[in-house]
Write a protein that binds this ligand. Structure first.
Ligand SMILES: [Zn+2]
Length: 324
């Protein structure tokens, strides 16, 4: 069963590996996993945070500024897209279908934090022109646009340029993603938009108390708009006792959300961490090559074949068709 993965930090892996002198990173490291896991489409989100320097162990080649980092990550990624025949950039739902019909993997470009915009709201248009079709205003930290889930001091929600950015994204036809939003940012975004909004890589807070997970009223609000929630394979978002987390536990989040608002709002957003050394991921769902284990766990959780198809692919495509 083909998988649409709504969240991957693959561009960071490209950045680091190219920085270490490697070439053909997608062909060597990622395509074999996609083939094994039957991954047909992925959102590559460019992760940008003011905590970049503190995360230096993951980014051995720490750039001087967020702007420099953003440009370098994109430059190295675009070169990989150019050189990798089996991966193609998509800008529309039709692009995804065309790319899939050739048996290739479709990549949608996204942003995980607008920190690298330097407070310039016109960067939304610049990113759109470059092919970016998805964005989260923040990672966990605050920036000029909004408060993230680990906001400092007070939860400020959207700033005036955050409101402008969100409205522009909706106008242009970009996926608006609340996965790292603070509570106030989440509700401000819902107030400022009218179309579907997604949470690309978050689970249900009722089953795991991590602040990155969604409360029931948030899940209901996303569902009312026709949005989707991409389930996250990161252990700390699956169980409070994270070392005991299993793939079946992740499938229980799917069951919980489906029972609350309907299966048409459940999708995949695995957030694989196989570029961390060591990979501290979920046993059985360590990287994209193991995606079918999740499909199997969903089946064990009682989802029908038709429902599996919705969760694996169709729900994500429904939103993309509507927004892009
Ligand atoms: Zn994230």
């Amino acid at each position: 069963m083909n998988i649409f993965d709504l969240h991957a930090d693959t561009m960071m892996d490209i950045y680091n590996r190219v920085g270490a002198g490697e070439t053909d990173v997608l062909a060597k490291h990622h395509l074999p996993q996609y083939e094994k896991g039957k991954v047909g489409a992925v959102i590559y989100a460019l992760w940008m945070t003011n905590q970049f320097a503190e995360l230096a162990e993951y980014f051995p080649e720490t750039p001087a500024s967020a702007q420099e980092a953003m440009v370098k990550v994109m430059a190295r990624s675009f070169r990989e897209f150019r050189d990798t025949d089996a991966v193609e950039l998509a800008r529309t739902a039709e692009d995804i279908e065309r790319i899939r019909s050739k048996g290739k993997v479709a990549v949608l470009l996204g942003l995980e934090g607008f920190y690298g915009f330097g407070g310039e709201v016109g960067m939304v248009d610049v990113m759109y022109e470059l092919g970016v079709r998805h964005g989260m205003l923040t990672w966990n930290d605050d920036n000029e646009f909004a408060s993230g889930v680990e906001f400092e001091g007070e939860d400020k929600g959207l700033s005036p340029i955050g409101v402008e950015a969100i409205r522009r994204m909706e106008q242009l036809g970009m996926l608006i993603d609340v996965s790292h939003a603070s509570q106030k940012t989440f509700w401000d975004i819902m107030e400022q938009t009218s179309g579907p909004v997604i949470a690309s890589h978050s689970n249900a807070m009722a089953l795991c108390s991590a602040p990155r997970n969604l409360k029931d009223d948030q899940i209901r609000a996303l569902a009312e708009r026709g949005g989707v929630i991409g389930l996250n394979g990161w252990k700390g978002f699956i169980c409070d006792e994270q070392e005991q987390a299993t793939v079946r536990d992740l499938a229980r989040h799917a069951r919980y959300i489906a029972d609350l608002v309907g299966v048409e709002h459940v999708a995949c957003g695995f957030d694989f961490a196989d570029y961390f050394d060591p990979n501290d991921g979920l046993p059985g769902l360590m990287d994209a090559s193991e995606c079918q284990n999740f499909v199997q766990a969903l089946a064990e959780e009682g989802f029908s074949e038709q429902e599996l198809q919705l969760i694996a692919w169709d729900n994500a495509m429904r939103v993309i068709r509507k927004v892009l």
